[in-house]
Design a protein around this ligand. Structure first.
Ligand SMILES: Nc1ncnc2c1ncn2[C@@H]1O[C@H](COP(=O)(O)OP(=O)(O)OP(=O)(O)O)[C@@H](O)[C@H]1O
Ligand SMILES: [Mg+2]
Length: 224
């Protein structure tokens, strides 16, 4: 699913930062991998590249067979809509839209008909255990429930790759555990490839493989 070969990412700004310094990493379809490492070690940069939000400075980057390093901005945007979904620490829900409307959004963007979008959104909210909250606004939901809506939104398009950046970072231990189990059950039921950045040892233990970064390099790659 993912193949990185000697990937470098250098941010040329006020201060030049080498965020990824020669990363070679291969992740198979259907794997669930935790990415760990200190702050600033390049974890989010990795997700941005793999998700087609940004391009490497050098090196080869293949995701789902597509050569992302060579794609235009427009091609990458299409790639993102069809192949990748994201779950963030801070949920990133639209505050004025209901849970169901938030989940429908990627289907509208993909041009699916209204009725189909609604039906699939409600079904997916059911899968994450939120059938009783479909008309609530994000403000009217708990943190764990908001993250479930974000996960439903990520799942609704059927994208084969799910990228999660500290999905349990804002939740207490019990709620975080529920979200982890939900991700794991999705991974098992749908075969979704999941790459999850986490600082939490316990969250990492739920994954089949842990890749550790330091200073923009992979320093450890272990299977549990
Ligand atoms: N857009 C950017 N422009 C310039 N430098 C950046 C940019 N994004 C990230 N960096 C730098 O690149 C390095 C890696 O950042 P990254 O966000 O990948 O770290 P991280 O491992 O996700 O850290 P954290 O655990 O704190 O989220 C950091 O030193 C950061 O300051
Ligand atoms: Mg980060």
């Amino acid at each position: 699913m993912l193949q990185l070969k000697d990937v470098r990412k250098v941010y040329e700004g006020k201060a030049r930062v080498v965020a990824l310094d020669g990363v070679t990493l291969s992740i198979g379809a259907g794997e669930m991998v935790a990415v760990m490492g200190p702050s600033g070690s390049g974890k989010s940069t990795l997700l941005n590249l793999v998700g087609g939000l940004d391009v490497p400075t050098a090196g080869a980057l293949l995701v789902a067979g597509e050569d992302l390093a060579r794609k235009s901005e427009e091609e990458r945007s299409l790639f993102r809509r069809t192949h990748v979904s994201y779950v963030f620490q801070a949920y990133h829900l639209m505050p004025t839209l209901s849970a169901a409307q938030n989940v429908e959004l990627p289907l509208h963007l993909a041009g699916r008909p209204e009725g189909e979008a609604r039906e699939r959104a409600l079904k997916t909210l059911g899968e994450v255990g939120l059938s009783g909250r479909t008309t609530h606004l994000p403000d009217e939901l708990s943190g764990g429930e908001r993250q479930r809506v974000a996960i439903a939104r990520a799942l609704v398009t059927g994208a084969p790759l799910l990228l999660a950046d500290e999905p349990t970072g804002n939740l207490d231990t019990a709620k975080g555990e529920e979200i982890l189990q939900l991700l794991k059950s999705i991974h098992e039921a749908r075969g979704t490839t999941i790459v999850m950045v986490t600082h939490d040892q316990h969250a990492a233990a739920a994954c089949e493989r842990v890749v550790k970064f330091r200073d923009g390099r992979v320093v450890e790659d272990s299977r549990g």
